[in-house]
Write a protein that binds this ligand. Structure first.
Ligand SMILES: [Zn+2]
Length: 172
């Protein structure tokens, strides 16, 4: 779904629905089949900068990255992405953008492709490894997953930051 900058009214453009184009984008990025993608996205233009806010929820079916069992993974979260025209910020000192948590993307030819926005959101926000131990993942056929069982034993590894503390001996 393509939205041109001049199609965005002052009050913002509410994306009517995340349809097949969104499911296709999510499936591509997460290397699986998106069974459902929904959410609400609002586009607001500030000059030539387009801010995309809202939330997205997706249900993706794909093999576990660790044990290859068929997984159904539910992912959702808030969206806050910013897009500027491609090439427009080259060589520019954009101090306001640096040092912030903002994710900046680019759009070309005066139009933003929402499929890329949705894809980018999951590319940035999904766990790097979609395995059976990530939150929101379950084994599709309900059978147990070997790696998951092993994972239970090894569950709750000591946070490396705390492990360092645990090694400390306090002298009093
Ligand atoms: Zn697994």
């Amino acid at each position: 779904m393509i939205v041109h900058l001049d199609q965005i009214p002052e009050m913002g453009f509410q994306v009517p629905e995340l349809g097949d184009w969104a499911a296709a984008a999510v499936g591509l990025v997460l290397e699986g089949h998106a069974e459902r993608v929904d959410g609400e996205l609002l586009l607001v233009a500030y000059g030539d900068e387009i801010r995309v806010t809202g939330y997205i929820a997706a249900v993706v079916r794909r093999p576990c990255d660790r044990c290859a069992v068929d997984l159904v993974v539910e992912l959702e979260g808030d969206v806050d992405l910013h897009y500027v025209p491609a090439g427009s910020r080259e060589g520019e000192e954009c101090g306001a953008l640096h040092g912030s948590e903002l994710e900046i993307g680019f759009y070309a030819d005066g139009a933003i492709d929402l499929a890329s926005v949705v894809g980018e959101y999951f590319a940035l926000g999904a766990p790097a490894r979609l395995a059976c131990d990530v939150p929101g993942a379950r084994v599709a056929d309900g059978e147990s997953c070997g790696a998951l069982k092993e994972g239970v034993e090894a569950k709750k590894p000591v946070d490396p930051r705390f492990a360092a503390l645990a090694g400390l001996k306090l002298d009093d």
